[in-house]
Design a protein around this ligand. Structure first.
Ligand code: PRX
Length: 659
């Protein structure tokens, strides 16, 4: 075959484009001239964005990159993050505006206005102070999606303590590892959580995690499941305190102190290639500036008019930046939902959209593909006419899933913003602007105004239009991580060593430019396959499979192959009602991929499976599928959301499905 390309081959092409309507464009927050403004004078551009916040002390320098890769933004500036997200809206006369329409899984609801939020956050801040928490201390939070989770985060920010939110579904050992690494002084959790209609214990797991944990002095417990929990809540006298007993009695007055722009705001752990999770560190002024800017520009959010809903969990960065900090800084009214999307029925999200007249909806491709699997007749039963902007985040969105989203949720009217970013970037980096960009299904398209990113080859040279390679960020950005907690060397090694000569941040993702120069994300470079010397992205083959009418979801891996180096093995989930397990149907799918991408990408094998192994944040664990494809014993499954999935796949394969 041809010589091995240095980076990724560019295979899939897409020619559909959807310009914004004139009406949308004429009212849009962000306009086309922002790109030029961002390029011509980046500092002035970011200074203007930072001025959307309230600063107690103005900065003297926009960015100091002299100690790269450790950035300082808005040097010398002082602000209080919680004041910016809560108090200033109340002071401006919006105390009665609903900040949070909270929907519990069992059907209970609670509305919190900005005035309520100010009271709750002030009381919680006073409560933390009474427990001996002060600025720079760390507080671990393991809570499901209840208002107290948001209140607790803002209370930490208000007093300058760092929060480390740990996803509610994480195991005791995962919690313990994070508590120890950050030396958390206080842990905030709940008695139990509702999951798929049942009350499950939470505090009991936290207690197991904290046995012998030296740094922890107090555990603050939100009462959520109460009497619905079968077992008694374990209690350690002297250490454990009920949230309602401590917080409810506190004063509603708390004067926020202004902290330095670079004062640490939070640590959020993300998995690394080695077993030890990385504590990604974010700071205050730059982070809040970019979170608020992107929420305003990318979602076209209008305070007091829109009802916004981001379906993420606060255990992930999306919940931090696009449920807590960005939307609240922008005075959003938002929906926060506690439960799973199919409890008690598969129309739950659409029922909520209809009830609260949600106008901006931001979710993940994995959920969109799940909705596809459940069938378009489900959203069709609800009035979704309030929607005006749809967002996607977390993985590449396959063009067909994008089209399904556009047609069945967005009524072919709502712009879709496919937003690329990472825990490390803190906020959105690459995305269409909904009132400017002609969107293309499957492409994140272009770095936002003020942001710079490039696709480069092995040597760090930018590839041309139609070329594939590695995604790098070549200029510092306000919300960038400031390091890995306690490990500066790992920070340099992980992100800055691959293109050290150029000083680029390497994101770990493969990407390509299409003929128009738009960026397409192709998945993590460790997921890339090498077929007869061609570097083929798993994402492109998955998208080709999902473009077949019978397929709802697909995961593709490269398995060792004696002739081609690696062979493509695909695992597919069929759409609701589709028949497709037979030999003929499998052959048709293989040919379909060959037709869409080229014969080089034709899968060697396709297996029909009932489920795919996913992490709790919805990312497919290809490592496990590779084990199956190469007939190995399946490796560690502890980070799977549902560990029985691998048994399902293996037993299904024994009874056929493989051609
Ligand atoms: O591979 C990219 C993928 O998710 C990674 C970051 O994951 P995490 O830190 O958990 O943050 C997820 C929420 C921001 C990226 O390196 N990713 C995220 N968004 C997209 C994406 N891949 C393609 N398109 C996206 N829109």
């Amino acid at each position: 075959m041809t010589e091995q390309s240095p980076a990724l081959d560019n295979l899939l092409t897409e020619s559909r484009t959807f310009p914004p309507s004139e009406d949308f464009a004429s009212r849009a927050n962000a306009t086309a001239d922002w790109y030029a403004k961002g390029d011509e004078d980046r500092d002035a551009f970011w200074a203007e964005q930072a001025h959307r916040l309230h600063w107690d002390t103005e900065w003297s320098q926009v960015v100091d990159w002299s100690d790269a890769p450790f950035a300082k933004w808005f040097v010398g500036g002082k602000l209080n993050v919680a004041y910016n997200c809560v108090d200033r809206h109340v002071e401006a006369g919006h105390g009665d505006q609903v900040a949070i329409h909270w929907v519990g899984e069992p059907g209970d609801t609670r509305d919190l206005t900005y005035a309520d939020l100010k009271r709750e956050v002030s009381k919680a801040a006073n409560a933390l102070l009474s427990l001996g928490v002060s600025a720079n201390d760390r507080v671990a939070i393991q809570l499901q999606m209840v208002p107290e989770a948001i209140v607790a985060m803002l209370a930490c920010a208000r007093i300058g303590a760092l929060h480390s939110v740990v996803f509610g579904g994480f195991s005791p050992s995962a919690l313990r590892q994070r508590v120890d690494d950050a030396e958390a002084k206080v842990v905030i959790t709940s008695d139990g959580q509702y999951r798929r209609g049942k009350a499950a214990p939470m505090k009991a797991n936290v207690d197991e995690a904290l046995e012998g944990a030296e740094s922890v002095e107090k555990v603050l417990v939100v009462r959520r499941t109460g009497d619905d929990l079968d077992a008694e809540v374990p209690w350690t006298e002297g250490r454990d305190v009920w949230w309602h007993e401590l917080v409810d009695g506190q004063s509603e007055e708390h004067t926020p102190e202004a902290f330095d722009s670079e004062h640490p705001l939070y640590i959020l752990y993300t998995s690394g290639t080695t077993g030890k999770p990385k504590g990604i560190l974010h700071t205050s002024g730059g982070y809040l500036t970019q979170a608020a800017y992107t929420h305003n520009a990318v979602f076209d959010h209008k305070p007091g008019e829109d009802v916004y809903w981001c379906t993420a969990d606060i255990g992930w960065v999306t919940g931090h930046s696009y449920i807590v900090y960005g939307p609240l800084a922008n005075r959003a009214t938002q929906v926060v939902y506690e439960g799973t999307p199919n409890t008690p029925h598969e129309g739950r999200h659409w029922e909520i959209v209809q009830k609260y007249k949600v106008s901006i909806y931001y979710t993940a491709p994995t959920l969109i593909r799940t909705f596809m699997k459940w069938g378009a007749d489900i959203p069709a039963k609800y009035d979704l006419s309030s929607l005006r902007v749809l967002g996607s985040v977390g993985e590449p969105i396959n063009p067909e899933a994008w089209m399904w989203y556009r047609e069945n949720i967005g009524a072919e009217r709502c712009p879709i913003v496919d937003t690329w970013w990472q825990t490390e970037t803190g906020a959105i980096m690459i995305s269409p602007l909904p009132g400017v960009t002609s969107t293309k299904p499957g492409s994140a398209q272009r770095p936002l105004p003020g942001i710079s990113a490039k696709v480069v080859d092995d040597k760090g040279d930018e590839v041309g239009k139609g070329g594939g390679g590695y995604l790098v960020l070549d200029k510092p950005w306000p919300a960038m991580l400031r390091g890995i907690w306690g490990d500066n060397e790992r920070y340099r090694d992980t992100y800055w060593s691959r293109f050290a000569d150029q000083g680029y941040y390497f994101a770990g993702d493969g990407a390509k430019y299409d003929a128009d120069g738009d960026v397409w994300l192709l998945g993590r470079v460790d997921d890339v396959m090498n077929i007869s010397g061609h570097r083929i992205s798993t994402t492109e083959v998955e998208s080709a499979l999902v473009s077949h009418p019978t397929v709802a979801e697909a995961a593709v891996v490269g398995a060792t192959d004696p002739t081609t180096g690696q062979g493509i093995v695909a695992f597919v989930i069929l759409r609701g009602g589709a028949e497709g397990g037979g030999d003929e149907a499998i052959q048709e799918l293989r040919n379909h991929v060959a037709k869409e991408i080229g014969p080089i990408a034709k899968p060697r094998q396709i297996m029909v499976v009932p489920e795919l192994p996913k992490t709790r944040s919805g990312k497919i664990m290809r490592r496990l599928l590779r084990d199956v494809a190469e007939n190995r014993e399946v490796g560690d499954v502890t980070t799977l959301a549902d560990s029985s999935v691998m048994d399902l796949i293996s037993s299904g394969l024994k009874t056929g499905g493989d051609e």
